[in-house]
Ligand binder design. Structure first.
Ligand SMILES: Nc1ncnc2c1ncn2[C@@H]1O[C@H](COP(=O)(O)OP(=O)(O)O)[C@@H](O)[C@H]1O
Ligand SMILES: [Mg+2]
Length: 317
């Protein structure tokens, strides 16, 4: 296996008392889509901003292609690009599509072949023929096309890693699938890697090779998409899955307890106050309840273990 493109080790981001990211380790390889899923407030956006170099770490390290992210003065790398959630807010209404897509190149004073590179990026993003779109303005195209313009603006930089934070959350259901298919085709055609942040496990099912589930700043389960969805090992993942409409074969589990607060991360397993295994007495029967309440648990990584390993941070696993 090649060295990972992105290597995150024990990453911590604190905002005062809050530990928004609290010890994340993660590898992402070229040519894969990793879905980062978890409830709102679990630290997904903060982690992605740290990967992009926009958010300094309080501890730990992030390496992209062997270089420490944030170690250089440049805030963000060209080969790591971000696709934002709301295409309308991200586009300047007074700029033509050509100007919007060319912006990253212009900022870097890299204007050689600009027109042909913009045209290529538009076509790669599915806006064909590109000439039909170049001189138009954002309000003259549809919402789905605007999201494609955002993707083109990232692709023109020829990134090796695309960070997509809730990429289809603001789109109509009818065009979500199209944009997801576009993202998948970019990976398959160019060998790009994508980290797609979502609270929607259905989205993960559609495009991800692997899923990482985040809870209160930590990854609590990670593995190949089919394994995580067919055989979830962490009680938190099971609870998330049980409320997905397409997964109705599972008994619904509504999580009890307080909504998680990164200023007060529980001791022991951070999920234990809401854990159905603890609440139902199952943890006691398994003889692990004391550990659930008193011993922190992380996803342990065996040296040399396959990147495709399925792991969960739970005393019951
Ligand atoms: N700039 C900030 N200052 C203070 N707290 C923040 C800041 N950004 C995020 N947080 C807090 O960090 C936690 C994680 O937020 P975030 O990364 O946005 O989660 P997610 O994207 O999973 O919803 C939340 O409790 C949020 O309120
Ligand atoms: Mg977020």
């Amino acid at each position: 296996m090649n060295a990972p493109l992105l290597r995150v080790r024990d990453a911590v981001v604190r905002f005062g008392e809050a530990r928004a990211v609290d010890g994340v380790s993660l590898d992402v390889h070229a040519g894969e889509v990793l879905a980062l899923v978890g409830e709102s407030g679990s630290g997904k956006t903060t982690l992605v901003r740290a990967v992009q170099g926009l958010q300094p770490l309080s501890a730990g390290s992030i390496e992209f292609d062997g270089d420490e992210v944030g170690a250089s003065r440049r805030a963000a790398r060209r080969d790591v690009q971000m696709v934002f959630q709301d295409p309308t807010g991200a586009l300047n209404p007074r700029q033509t599509i050509h100007e919007i897509v060319a912006e990253g190149l212009r900022i870097r004073r890299d204007r050689g072949d600009e027109a042909s590179r913009v045209g290529e990026a538009l076509e790669r993003a599915g806006l064909r023929p590109a000439e039909r779109f170049m001189e138009r303005y954002p309000h003259e195209i549809s919402g789905g096309q605007r999201q494609r313009v955002v993707v083109a603006g990232a692709m023109v930089m020829e990134p090796r890693l695309l960070l997509a934070d809730e990429p289809v959350a603001s789109l109509d259901a009818s065009i979500r699938g199209e944009i997801l298919a576009l993202m998948r085709s970019l990976v398959d055609d160019t060998g790009l890697a994508i980290v797609a942040v979502t609270h929607d496990l259905g989205l993960a099912w559609n495009i991800a090779d692997r899923i990482a589930v985040m809870y209160l700043g930590r990854i609590v389960e990670i593995g190949p998409t089919e394994q995580v969805l067919d055989d979830p090992r962490h009680p938190y993942t099971r609870a998330l899955l049980s409320v997905v409409p397409e997964m109705q074969r599972m008994e619904q589990q509504i999580l009890v307890g307080e909504t998680p607060d990164p200023r007060r991360i529980p001791g022991g397993c951070r999920f234990h106050p809401r854990c159905p295994l603890v609440a139902s007495g199952e943890a006691a029967r398994l003889g692990i309840e004391d550990r659930c309440r008193g011993v922190d648990v992380t996803i342990d990584e065996q040296p040399g273990e396959s990147v495709a390993a399925h792991r969960a941070a739970c005393h019951a696993v």
